[in-house]
Design a protein around this ligand. Sequence first.
Ligand code: HEM
Length: 195
Amino acid sequence: MDTPHPAEPSADQRASNTVTAVVGLAVAALVLVFLFNTNVFASNWYAFFKWVHVTGAVLWVGGGLTLTILALKAERSSEPAEMAMIARQAAFVGERVFAPVGLLVLLAGIGMVANLHLGFGTSWIVLGLVGYAITFLTGLLVLGPQAKRIGHLIETVGAEAAETQAAIKRILLIARVDEGVLLLVVAAMILKPFT
Ligand code: HEM
């Protein structure tokens, strides 16, 4: 009897993967060139941490903002299937992308503070740490469990059920408040108030 083989990637898929890999490598190589040719930072380590921190923040906050815009559009269209799709995609990127990237942003932030001997009591750093704690706890205690509940509701009662739609609206609303917290942290990082 033949053993089933996992599906081979198609030619289109292989071409797409190659382009992704080439773009990724080209960006990484040029970032390294920039990193070793900048003179505006205290050290190369600081420059590296800052690059990781700000690039991660762009991905995390920008990705969240895009989802918020798509969620607002879905809410206005009153299409249950579109709402369910946004909720599913938000749950996926929240768990697989934003959570690990958020951790990198925190670690690189700590790296910069240590590197510059800034002190963790500096007002805008306290705002960053408090903002991170709020968004981390919201993800762990509210968004994560609610996303699992919605997945279960979609499978059992369906995406169109009133209970599912109410749960989706609630989670998207909480995610919007969470995005507001992140935007405030970005403002605190840039403007450094109360210093
Ligand atoms: C919610 C998470 C955070 C986000 C979205 C975020 C975002 C940013 C952004 C966009 C910048 C660039 C600002 C600029 O260059 O003008 C920045 C800089 C910085 N952040 Fe954060 N940050 C976060 C959390 C933290 C935390 C928790 C710390 C410290 C432990 C921290 C430490 C720093 C430091 C030291 C800089 C460099 C400031 C400078 O060079 O002027 N950040 N952050």
